[in-house]
Design a protein around this ligand. Structure first.
Ligand SMILES: NC(=O)c1ccc[n+]([C@@H]2O[C@H](COP(=O)([O-])OP(=O)(O)OC[C@H]3O[C@@H](n4cnc5c(N)ncnc54)[C@H](OP(=O)(O)O)[C@@H]3O)[C@@H](O)[C@H]2O)c1
Length: 326
């Protein structure tokens, strides 16, 4: 679910390469055009909030992957954080039980917690708790047969959750957003310039999902996913400026002005560049306390190695010209 989105497209591709057959439920078939052309991918229009539809689409599946998420509540007909991040996971867990699906991979977010400062992170934390509670705790059934008195039944769901920092990749809405702003703005007033992020490459996130799918050691576990390096937001934006050849003056806003900017942008019609809830999310550093989980056996890619290829537009020499001050 969510297989038509930014992470979803990369994950579906990797699943197909790994030999899985994938069903992608979507609100509108045209949202899933990119994955629909892949072999062994079935795209189905569905109302994923309808338990009957969920049961129908889960039937016969070995595993369910939930990537559905929203960053803002503002989109028309999009639903609230609670509906998308808490109620939907609850329905998914119930539908897994009803349809006999044993394996669930769930996308949460770094810092997701019921005590977090933003509604986004609190709802993500609540949803993650819902799926983890429905699963068998890690290691509980190791070396036990199901007749053993110590065997934990729960609903038998083998759950793994993933908690990435901000994700980057060709279609990301983070680095690309700043690249777009730097292209048109002579000066960039930047909210929360000191907020810290440890961006992780979308292919690495997708690989972690694929690697965990059939690995019992990941059952009942939750994984923070970060890239190799942490940056202050100001550093990241100026890095994007260098990579795209649009080096601009960045004016870091105070906390009060950052809040007011977020409020102003929230009030503008159309797609939200930023909201007050996004401002609250940035009050906690989105960085990991340890390296990329070794169980996935990969070295995470750095922004510097990947992003120039998709951020640099027409002239590949633009970035070098800018770096040289020309
Ligand atoms: N991108 C990041 O930096 C980042 C960082 C941390 C965590 N995450 C989490 O990772 C997951 C995937 O993120 P993404 O960047 O790939 O998101 P995305 O590109 O916006 O895709 C989200 C997917 O969810 C589905 N969806 C969205 N809103 C929905 C709604 N109201 N009702 C039903 N379906 C809805 C969409 O499917 P259809 O349109 O086909 O129905 C879409 O394919 C999300 O849970 C997100 O919170 C992302």
């Amino acid at each position: 679910m969510g297989g038509s989105g930014f992470v979803g497209i990369h994950l579906v591709n990797k699943l197909v390469v790994a030999g899985y057959s994938v069903r992608v439920p979507t609100r509108r078939r045209e949202h899933a055009k990119t994955v629909a052309v892949l072999p062994d991918v079935e795209v189905v229009e569905a109302n994923i909030f309808d338990p009957v539809d969920l049961d129908r689409h889960f039937a016969g599946m070995d595993a369910v992957i939930n990537l559905v998420g929203i960053l803002n509540e503002s989109g028309a007909g999009q639903g609230s954080f609670h509906e998308v991040h808490v109620e939907l996971p609850r329905k998914i867990v119930q539908a897994c039980a009803a349809s006999g699906v044993k394996r669930l991979l769930h996308m949460s977010a770094l810092n997701a917690s019921t005590a977090a400062p933003s509604a986004y992170l609190r709802s993500k934390g609540e949803g993650e708790a819902v799926v983890l509670e429905a699963g068998v705790p890690h290691g509980k059934n190791e070396n036990r047969s199901c007749d053993d008195p110590g065997f934990v039944r729960g609903n038998g769901l083998e759950v793994t959750t993933f908690r990435p920092s901000v994700i980057f990749g060709r279609e990301d809405s983070f680095l690309n957003k700043f690249a777009g702003l730097l292209k048109i703005a002579p000066v960039l007033p930047l909210a929360s310039p000191q907020a810290r992020f440890q961006p992780v490459f979308v292919e690495d996130v997708a690989q972690a999902f694929v690697a965990s799918l059939g690995n019992p050691a990941t059952f009942g576990q939750s994984y923070d996913l970060c890239g190799p390096k942490a940056y202050a937001l100001r550093e990241l934006v100026s890095l994007v400026g260098v990579m795209t050849g649009h080096r601009r003056r960045i004016i870091g806003l105070s906390p009060r002005l950052s809040y007011l900017q977020a409020w102003f942008l929230e009030c503008l019609p159309g797609r939200k560049i930023m909201t007050r809830d996004n401002y609250y999310t940035m009050q906690v550093d989105s960085v990991c306390s340890a390296g990329f989980p070794s169980i996935f056996g990969l070295k995470p890619s750095a922004i510097e190695a990947v992003a120039p290829a998709y951020l640099v537009e027409a002239s590949p020499y633009q970035a070098y010209r800018s770096a040289a001050g020309r």
